[in-house]
Design a protein around this ligand. Structure first.
Ligand code: KIV
Ligand code: ZN
Length: 503
């Protein structure tokens, strides 16, 4: 078994510093619980001295979360450390993260101090934090631009003072991967007591190197990585958790493992994007909308023949339901046929070629081609005179359960009432009493799209006629209405030649 890499999530501290991303305490608890379920080892819950809101959030997260270590940030200032310790009073496992700037810029221009004084202040802060908690992490801010002998000295003194973890931030995102890895190697080779602490990476993305630098740090001996979901954070952001975790999973040559439940990555990413009102760029690695979408004909054909031709990660591993084959003017016949098959329309040979030509003309003028467009293209299967429209539905779910439906088929209206085991069952039976399909209902899924009292239900249905599947989809806040619409949607896809008897 490889060594464990400790995953330190700072979405709620460095990530939350982004303008416009602020969360209230309740929202932070939701995020902290999602991070716990994802399997992170440490949650940096806030910077308690910075505001009463941040203090309160660290308190509430400490109460709400059991497994991860809860970490609170402080400067190398006694008051900060006292307040951080007070905020951690309910944490089952608490850590204080304290530190000071160590680059010539920070020493001279930010702290207006001397190297000797910086070491003294750093050591004093670690010793003071040790009075409150055993687990103290020391950060050497702007280590990416520090002079290495000085960095080694302050890290050695911090460990002597009791630091359990030493954090080597590339605060300004300046380093190249080789350089950052070399800093970690230098510390491993030049700090006499380095084996008594865990080395942590903390990289910013100003040059787009954060993930590469983090991986390089791990390859040179770091065993904790500080990360955020979706890579959010100051300026160009922090290292993104999903990228590091999946790079490790994909490459056995990186000698560590994590305890992240990767199938929860996508859901956690969506949750944080939504709560922080921070959209994820479509081409973002692992969690972007296009991360598993294939749009060019050559790639689509390759993926449909064998997924691994163009995918290094099975989307299910990160919680994405499936790869998507996007229909654009660059799509090939294989992609079109794949979509038509999913709609239950089986076309081969010349028939497929004809529809493909029409599809290309349409795709040149329309950006998103959806199921309705495709069904319109294969119009010969869609006979207007048998098109079913759900015009009205009402139901009663107390006492005698029954549903009334009104359908329009072609230009005729039909009405029916039926009873059932529940209102959904009654509604489907009422539709069936008008349209008498020969099918087997093979799959009927109802999912809540949003969390809350105004949940939208998404209904997915699969009818089988012999070997052929016909899919129906609908969404609505009313589950009965969504189910009836999904059923009608599936019925409308059954080609005319196989069509049901209609009274
Ligand atoms: O980027 C940084 O240096 C930090 C420290 C406060 C850890 O966020
Ligand atoms: Zn940072």
């Amino acid at each position: 078994m490889s060594e464990k890499l400790w995953i330190f999530d700072t979405t709620l501290r460095d990530g939350e510093q982004v303008p416009g991303c602020q969360l209230n305490s309740q929202e932070k608890i939701v995020v902290a619980k999602a991070l716990e379920a994802l399997g992170v080892d440490i949650i940096e819950a806030g910077f308690p001295i910075s505001s009463p809101g941040d203090f309160n959030s660290v308190v509430e997260i400490s109460k709400a979360v059991s497994n991860p270590i809860i970490c609170a940030l402080s400067r190398a200032v006694e008051k900060d450390i006292e307040v951080a310790a007070a905020a951690l009073q309910y944490a089952k496992k608490g850590r204080i993260h304290t530190g000071i700037g160590v680059s010539p810029y920070h020493i001279q221009y930010k702290l207006r101090s001397t190297p000797e004084n910086i070491i003294e202040r750093g050591v004093k802060a670690v010793k003071f934090a040790k009075r409150f908690v055993e687990d103290v992490e020391f950060y050497a801010e702007d280590a990416g631009r520090a002079e290495l002998p000085f960095l080694a000295k302050i890290i050695e003194e911090a460990i002597k003072a009791g630091a359990t973890v030493v954090n080597i931030p590339d605060t300004t995102g300046y380093c190249l991967p080789e350089q950052y890895g070399a800093i970690i190697r230098y510390l491993k080779e030049n700090v006499s007591n380095i084996d008594r602490a865990i080395i942590s990476t903390h990289c910013h993305n100003d040059l787009g190197m954060a993930t590469a630098n983090t991986i390089s740090g791990i390859q040179h001996g770091a065993r904790q990585a500080e990360l955020t979901i979706n890579g959010i954070g100051e300026r160009a952001g922090n290292t993104s958790l999903e990228e590091v975790v999946m790079a490790i999973k994909c490459h056995q040559s990186i000698p560590v493992h994590t305890d992240i439940k990767t199938e929860r990555i996508y859901g956690t990413s969506r949750l944080i994007s939504k709560l922080m009102n921070m959209p994820v760029q479509p081409n973002k690695a692992i969690v972007g909308r296009n991360a598993f979408a294939h749009s060019s004909g050559i790639h689509q054909d390759g993926v449909l023949k064998h997924r691994e031709n163009y995918e290094i990660i099975d989307p299910k591993e990160v919680g994405v339901h499936e790869s998507s084959i996007v229909l654009t003017a660059r799509s090939g016949r294989a992609a079109l046929k794949h979509h038509l098959d999913n709609l239950g329309v089986v076309l081969e040979g010349e028939d497929l070629n004809k529809v493909y030509e029409e599809f290309l003309t349409l795709a040149d003028s329309k950006r998103d081609i959806g199921p309705k467009d495709l069904l319109a293209l294969v119009g010969k299967y869609m006979d207007e005179s048998t098109f079913i429209e759900l015009q009205e539905i009402s139901y009663q779910s107390n006492g005698a359960i029954k549903a009334d439906v009104k359908l329009k088929i072609g230009d005729k209206s039909h009405q029916a009432t039926s009873s059932g085991n529940g209102p959904v069952d009654a509604a489907l039976k009422a539709i069936e009493s008008i349209v008498k399909p020969h099918y087997v209902l093979e799959e009927f899924l109802i999912q809540a799209i949003t969390a809350g009292s105004d949940d939208v239900a998404k209904v997915h249905m699969r009818l089988m006629q012999g070997e052929k599947p016909y899919y129906g989809f609908a969404s609505h806040t009313d589950i009965v209405l969504a189910s009836a619409q999904a059923f009608v949607d599936a019925l409308n896809k059954i080609p005319v030649k196989d069509k049901v008897t209609i009274d």
